[in-house]
Design a protein around this ligand. Structure first.
Ligand SMILES: NC(=O)c1ccc[n+]([C@@H]2O[C@H](COP(=O)([O-])OP(=O)(O)OC[C@H]3O[C@@H](n4cnc5c(N)ncnc54)[C@H](O)[C@@H]3O)[C@@H](O)[C@H]2O)c1
Length: 394
């Protein structure tokens, strides 16, 4: 097999972009075989645009049709675990959009299905392909910052207007997507945080709902996390600040990384700080250091790279950049952050069964209390291309 036959379930903004990219032959190892959307109007448009492609109303039918070796799940988040499990149980490889789901309890089941299946399971954490994050990963993996001490990420340039929130009835609702900035925009950053710096063991958070928009979910969040080795992390995000900032700083006892304005600045200490602290006689002198600067020029779109990486994993067994089972890590931080904010408690990770159940119960309460938001007519989909707001934005 030189190319895998791919079906796409959920052909909205991102689904359209994946669809067109594969159809136009931009993805090595993938051929478009089938599409599915529950929206009849969208299916009519798709049938018009892609007359040779079979269009389904039901994702499970597409999966069972035998037309696709693999599916991409690009529906709203709540449906991700269902279609991933359905694909894996039917021997169909699957690449899900981020986040892995909304409830960690559902994603545990999804990962259980993945461990039983022999299929490839990936997740669209496209920002992992960014050259600066890749370089940071390499430096950290080689011990370049030494023992991790602190991560501080202020990513407040996920700016969204009210019109964005009004553009889809599922957006920014507890019933439609189970949260706001933490579940929609920030999953990319939270994944990069845990991918570079590891998983914290305790999370405390403050999520502010409808601070800047007419929405009932959070559009502003601050997470403080602690690690078993004494390291800490602070993560601040919002969709309500302009111009906004994207600045990631990671420090350890041997160095520091700063990522900002499309540049990675690595400061390497000549002597580890812990050693310097107890051997240096000067009271306020600091360890000597060397600085290295890396820039990123016009990298290829990360979505395309993840699609190709997934095809290669199916065709040749190469390891995935973003294995699907790792989606639970990012979502665990998010669920813990919500639970902390809702209860005022510090939440331990990995999430206990009790905490998962408590999260599910409180989210259900929020869903039940939600009143339907009036939406403006949906704006025309920015079809067929990966739009800039989905890539790393410095
Ligand atoms: N990786 C990225 O950069 C990126 C960018 C945008 C969106 N996303 C993710 O992609 C997913 C979709 O987001 P979007 O902006 O494309 O949303 P969207 O609303 O534009 O598209 C979702 C589509 O799914 C369809 N759908 C809903 N329920 C369905 C079901 N049960 N079965 C089949 N089709 C169904 C809808 O009719 C719609 O066409 C979300 O999980 C989002 O987080 C990821």
């Amino acid at each position: 097999m030189k190319s895998i036959r791919v079906g796409i379930i959920g052909v909205g903004n991102i689904g359209f972009a994946h669809c067109s990219c594969i159809k136009n032959g931009r993805i090595k190892g993938m051929t478009l075989a089938a599409l599915c959307d529950i929206d009849g109007e969208k299916r009519r448009k798709l049938a018009n645009d892609f007359p040779e492609i079979k269009i389904f109303e039901d994702g499970d039918e597409l999966i069972r049709s035998g037309l696709a070796d693999a599916v991409i799940v690009a529906t709203p988040h709540y449906f991700h675990p269902h279609y991933v499990i359905s694909a894996l149980e039917n021997g169909v490889h699957v690449l899900t959009e981020k986040p892995a789901g909304v409830n960690v309890s559902e994603v545990v089941k999804m990962n259980g299905a993945a461990s039983k299946s022999g299929c490839v399971f990936g997740i669209m954490f496209n920002q992992r392909t960014d050259p600066l994050f890749q370089k940071a990963k390499e430096i950290i993996s080689e011990g370049g910052i030494g023992i991790p001490k602190r991560l501080v990420w202020i990513v407040t340039n996920w700016y969204r207007t009210q019109s964005y929130y009004d553009s889809g009835s599922w957006r920014a609702t507890w019933n439609g997507e189970g949260g706001g900035v933490l579940i929609n925009q920030a999953p990319h950053n939270i994944d990069i945080w845990q991918w570079l710096f590891g998983m914290p063991s305790k999370v405390t958070a403050f999520c502010r709902e409808g601070l800047y928009h007419n929405i009932g979910v959070e559009d502003d969040a601050t997470i403080y996390a602690e690690y078993d080795n004494g390291a800490s992390a602070v993560f601040i995000t919002t969709t309500g600040e302009a111009p906004g900032t994207n600045r990631l700083e990671i420090s350890g006892d041997r160095g520091r990384l700063i990522l900002e304005k499309n540049e990675l600045r690595y400061t390497k200490l000549q002597v580890p700080e812990r050693e310097f602290c107890f051997t240096e006689k000067g009271a306020a002198s600091t360890p000597a250091a060397n600085e290295f600067v890396y820039k990123s020029d016009n990298p290829r779109d990360g979505h395309e790279l993840i699609l190709e990486d997934f095809a290669s994993a199916v065709l040749s067994g190469t390891p995935l950049i973003a294995p699907g089972v790792e989606g639970i890590k990012e979502l665990s931080i998010t669920n813990a952050a919500f639970l902390s904010s809702w209860t005022g408690k510090q939440i331990a990770l990995p999430l206990s069964e009790e905490n998962m159940a408590e999260f599910d119960r409180l989210l259900n309460e929020k869903k039940a209390a939600e009143t339907e938001r009036k939406n403006a007519p949906a704006s025309e989909t920015e079809k067929y291309t990966y739009i800039k707001r989905w890539s790393v934005s410095w």
